[in-house]
Design a binder for this molecule. Structure first.
Ligand code: SF4
Ligand code: SF4
Length: 172
């Protein structure tokens, strides 16, 4: 290209952009839906009766390349049960100052306890509040669910839970 046309072609990009329709987003007044499969805030899921799916195995924490997850498991007892089976996640934290949203943790979870939501509004003015605990990660109780601790559904085993054979029956 000649020395004369080179700069002109550069200005061509500028001129074409000047007349293009601008893309203006009016966030937060108007929120645009996220793309399908968006990796937003994590969620710790429950079974249909409210028991927690997390078994405190720490596989998510080991899979995380950013060392953003901290888990402390503990034993369930017959008097105090939070999940089917032997163990539950007593402490569960995700540090959103470290998380890069890669999703490797949810791939590693053996019980589908951990998934990711469309929620991207995770901002704060201090570091401590960006470490989310179970209080902000556990799924809310839906209809038919009872907050743990409580026993497993009558006549059901932990395998029935894992296989999806429990539908909100709670033995009190
Ligand atoms: S999404 Fe990635 S970086 Fe974030 S907690 Fe999961 S594994 Fe770690
Ligand atoms: S979220 Fe899943 S992988 Fe992580 S500790 Fe709980 S059960 Fe294990």
């Amino acid at each position: 290209m000649s020395e004369f046309l080179g700069p002109l072609s550069g200005f061509g990009v500028t001129f074409s952009t000047m007349f293009a329709k601008p893309t203006t987003e009016f966030y937060p007044e108007e929120k645009v839906p996220t793309a399908p499969g968006y990796h937003g805030r994590h969620q710790l899921n429950r079974y249909a009766d409210g028991l927690e799916k997390c078994i405190g195995c720490e596989l998510c924490a080991w899979a995380c390349p950013a060392d953003a997850i901290y888990v402390e498991g503990a034993d369930n007892t017959d008097e105090e049960r939070y999940s089917p089976g032997e163990r539950y996640g007593r402490v569960y934290q995700i540090n959103y100052l470290r998380c890069i949203g890669c999703g490797l943790c949810i791939e590693a979870c053996p019980t589908r306890a951990l998934t990711m939501t469309d929620d991207y509004e995770m901002v704060d003015d201090n570091r401590a509040d960006l470490i989310y605990g179970k209080d902000r990660l556990l799924a809310p109780l839906a209809d038919g669910m009872v907050a743990p601790p409580h026993p497993m559904a009558e006549g059901k085993t932990d395998e029935d839970y894992y296989r999806g054979n429990v539908i909100g029956e709670v033995r009190q």
